[in-house]
Design a protein around this ligand. Structure first.
Ligand code: RNT
Ligand code: ZN
Length: 415
């Protein structure tokens, strides 16, 4: 008997079918963010990363061109099991030599190479307007700027991005999630907290005037609590984005688990929002003391978030995307550890006897529930993970990193 067969029997005894869990996991799309490969730089500008987000570290081998970034993504695909979607930012537009289009003027053609790349790997595409790292960010504000010219520029950017998102959906046959996040806010105590929010509201409403098919483009709004240099006030706060999504047909709230006060947990917010929204979206990250965007690990809160999606039967209602960027370690390794961790979290959730646990809660058998939840932690999860990786054609143990080391030696070190 193989270790997988033994594990399968153990899980069967608690009413869990491991083969079914593996089959299910294979088909759950998870959005892989392109920006881990180049420290959120993109190809449409020179100059620093702005908007309250920061990458730290200077590990060699960063992707400098679209070709390098695509090659790196292929390397990540090689060492990670599971179905992927590609998550692009508008600043990753690809121009022909000598060509340039500013953010308010970008068109589908500037993303044609990404579409070809996504098609090659059977991936859908998600998209993000880029409201940072640009000289039209005026006094730290974009869509909530009191300067009409600035605000208009960024509204036009949002509209251009809706057109591009629809193009992605049509080309790939898979709906595109288009996420609006701005770093708009103030470093120090503002005198007026409402006007920027009224402007932000107006701006997103103007973006939504761009006609589009709501079945093809899912517009999401991401909240945040604070950013570097934007410590005192964020226009797109949790209450703002949640209320905006609730009040606008076809707009979904997006929760990034780095964007709340440190004792708040997104795992608890997922079921709360699922009571009201047909669909929601997530940015999965690892905040270490603050919104640090460390690589996602197979840790308790990550497991808990996956559990809430699986046990509430919401795999088709939650759009999952990864969002972290670490420039201090091998970027491919970082990318892959995060993707593999979320795969593990989903598998872990799929291997729980969720109905049995719910019944214990409903019967108020809380001691027994605690016993079960603790004992489940030592089930042979690793053997099922190994089998899943095997069936997906990737290495399950730490040896997958040998491939990354080889790539570092042969490709990254020469950049
Ligand atoms: C920033 C937000 C946002 C970005 C990406 C690059 O705090 O999390 O989602 O990380 O758009
Ligand atoms: Zn995010």
């Amino acid at each position: 008997m193989t270790s997988y067969e033994a594990a399968k029997e153990k899980y069967a005894k608690i009413g869990v079918n491991t083969d079914e869990a593996i089959e299910k996991l294979k088909n759950i799309p998870v959005s892989l963010h392109c920006w881990q490969g180049d420290d959120v730089t993109g190809f449409d500008h020179e100059g620093p990363l702005t908007g309250g987000i920061q990458t730290t570290g200077n590990y060699p081998g960063k992707a400098r061109t679209p070709e390098e970034l695509m090659q790196d993504i292929e390397e990540v695909i090689k060492v990670t099991p599971g179905k992927k979607k590609l998550n692009l930012h508008a600043c990753y537009a690809i121009f022909e030599p000598g060509e340039f289009a500013d953010r308010d003027k970008i068109e589908p053609k500037h993303f044609a190479k990404w579409v070809a790349f996504a098609k090659k790997h059977n991936m859908g595409i998600d998209f993000n307007p880029t409201y940072f790292s640009h000289d039209k960010v005026k006094n730290g504000l974009t869509l909530s700027s009191p300067d009409e010219e600035t605000r208009r520029f960024w509204v036009e950017h949002g509209k251009a991005c809706i057109r591009i998102s629809e193009y992605f959906a049509k080309e790939t046959g898979i709906p595109c999630v288009m996420n609006i996040w701005t770093g708009d806010g103030f470093k120090d105590i503002p005198a007026d907290r409402m006007s920027p929010r009224m402007l932000y509201k107006k701006s997103i409403e103007e973006i939504l005037e761009q006609p589009f098919d709501k079945n093809l483009v899912k517009v999401t709004v991401e909240s945040k609590v604070f950013g570097i240099g934007v410590e005192s006030y964020t226009t797109g706060s949790a209450e703002f984005t949640l209320s905006f999504a609730a009040g606008h047909d076809g707009v979904l709230p997006l929760m990034d688990n780095g964007h709340y006060h440190p004792t708040e947990v997104v795992s608890d917010k997922i079921p709360a929002l699922l009571c009201f929204f047909p669909e929601i979206a997530l940015h999965i990250t690892r905040p270490v003391r603050w919104d640090s965007d460390h690589v996602v690990l197979f840790d308790d809160e990550t497991k808990e978030m996956a559990k809430e999606i699986v046990r509430n039967d919401a795999l088709n209602r939650v759009f999952m995307a990864l969002d972290y960027f670490d420039a201090s370690i091998n970027r491919i390794g970082a990318w892959a550890v995060g993707f593999r961790s979320w795969q593990k979290a989903l598998l872990n959730a799929l291997l729980l006897p969720n109905e049995k646990l719910k019944a214990l809660q409903n019967e108020a058998k809380m001691s027994e529930l605690m016993v079960w939840q603790e004992e489940l932690k030592t089930m042979p999860f690793g053997d099922v993970w190994e089998e899943y990786c095997k069936r997906e054609g990737v290495v399950s143990g730490p040896e997958w990193f040998d491939e990354v080391k080889k790539y570092e030696k042969e490709v990254l070190s020469k950049r």
